[in-house]
Design a protein around this ligand. Structure first.
Ligand code: ATP
Length: 379
């Protein structure tokens, strides 16, 4: 469809970036990035007419985002027409938006473009040797200052390294290590850092990405810890399996061995919701607790199951007990509900107290069935 537009209206359209990379690797990618040379508003309005989609413009990034159905998205780079004064030549030279767009990219394999134009549809534009790097399975920056210019590329690079199973090209790896050693990850703005951390967590193998960052001595620049917690991989996989969407929970697991004050400060700096901060404090409270009191059990009972699972993984001595609380809750214990107690003639606050008492009886293994519960209530 885009191809038809190019011949009708004398414009050029190129697919660019991750989409082209993944297409050449035979992997699916739902985000199509395109660069338009010519009347961009026309292209946007045609796409909207054609697919009844929603468009969001980000003037600060010079991009527009078109949301299609089935999670598919088209990002359009607004033509950044820049003029270069060339010595001796009167007219200013207009560099193409495609050229400018490719020049800003992070790795050569992401700096490939594919023509969507009628006359040469499918042709690959490879200004930096990205095709060769794709076959060599290597990540190579476009210039020596790349990681310094934008240190998030260090994190993007490690994500790609793990996800694609690629290696950093030798010189790029040297530049990457130097940028880490010289503390450039500290320069990432907090908001962006938070986004990057969430992107890591959404990778197919976040544990491997984090392990790799640990190996590269990069963790302490982005998290309040130098090392990942003991048995991190196993714990995180359990959390991801049971609660794949609860990314803040995964973060709490990652920082679970942080110093309490450092962890709190980090969560505040990155503007995590207050709730997450309280959860972290709770996690630190139970981390070295030796025994659970009845009072503890009653208050743990009010926590959601995702948090109970996390606590069961991070509390060193009482993890098993916390897991027991979670399992009993999931079993629907106590079997008698508030309604049943009302029918038995109870009223008000006592109902909650009785339910908690019944739960404790289950916890200590003193009751097993609904009949047992009824007997206790009657007594
Ligand atoms: P994926 O979305 O699968 O993680 P992607 O490569 O498509 O991978 P996006 O974050 O969607 O990643 O970025 C699209 C393209 O924009 C990339 O292919 C890359 O060329 C470019 N890009 C993104 N971030 C940067 C950056 N910090 N510096 C330079 N280029 C970048």
């Amino acid at each position: 469809e885009l191809k038809n537009l190019t011949s009708q209206y004398n414009i050029s359209i190129y697919a660019i970036g991750g989409f082209v990379r993944d297409l050449l690797l035979g992997q699916s990618n739902y985000d199509l990035d395109i660069v338009v040379e010519g009347d961009i508003q026309l292209v946007i309005s045609k796409i909207i007419d054609k697919w009844q989609s929603k468009v969001i413009t980000h003037p600060q990034f010079g991009t527009s985002e078109i949301l299609l159905n089935d999670r598919k998205r088209i990002d359009i780079a607004t033509a950044r027409i820049e003029y270069y004064e060339e010595p001796g030549s009167l007219p200013k030279v207009e560099r193409s938006s495609l050229w400018l767009d490719l020049k800003r990219r992070d790795f050569t394999i992401n700096a490939l473009a594919m023509s969507l134009n009628e006359e040469n549809f499918g042709e690959i534009i490879d200004l930096y040797g990205g095709l060769e790097d794709l076959t060599r399975k290597e990540l190579r920056v476009l210039h020596n200052l790349s990681f310094i210019e934008d240190p998030t590329r260090i994190l993007r690079g490690v994500r790609l390294e793990v996800r694609l199973g690629f290696n950093f090209e030798e010189k790029t790896f040297k530049l990457l290590k130097e940028a880490i050693e010289n503390g450039f990850l500290n320069k990432i703005a907090k908001e962006r850092l938070k986004d990057e951390i969430f992107l890591i967590l959404q990778e197919p193998q976040p544990e491997k990405v984090l392990k790799r960052l640990e190996e590269l001595n990069a963790l302490s620049y982005i998290l309040p810890v130098k090392r990942l917690p003991k048995n991190f991989e196993k714990k995180n996989q359990i959390l991801r399996r049971e609660f794949p969407e609860k990314l803040e929970l995964h973060i709490l697991n990652i920082i679970s061995e942080a110093d309490t004050e450092e962890g709190k400060k980090w969560l505040q700096d990155l503007k995590f919701p207050k709730k997450v901060l309280y959860q972290f404090i709770l996690l630190k409270k139970y981390e070295n607790t030796n025994t659970l009191s009845e009072k503890d059990i009653k208050s743990l009972l009010d926590l959601p199951n995702d948090l109970l699972l996390l606590l069961s993984l991070t509390a060193k001595k009482i993890g098993k007990n916390i897991l027991r609380i979670k399992l009993l809750k999931e079993k629907g214990v106590p079997y008698l509900k508030g309604e049943d107690l009302i029918n038995m003639g109870f009223k008000g606050k006592i109902i909650g107290d009785l339910l908690k008492k019944l739960f404790l009886k289950h916890y200590y293994g003193e009751v097993k069935s609904k009949e047992d519960e009824e007997k206790i209530i009657k007594e």
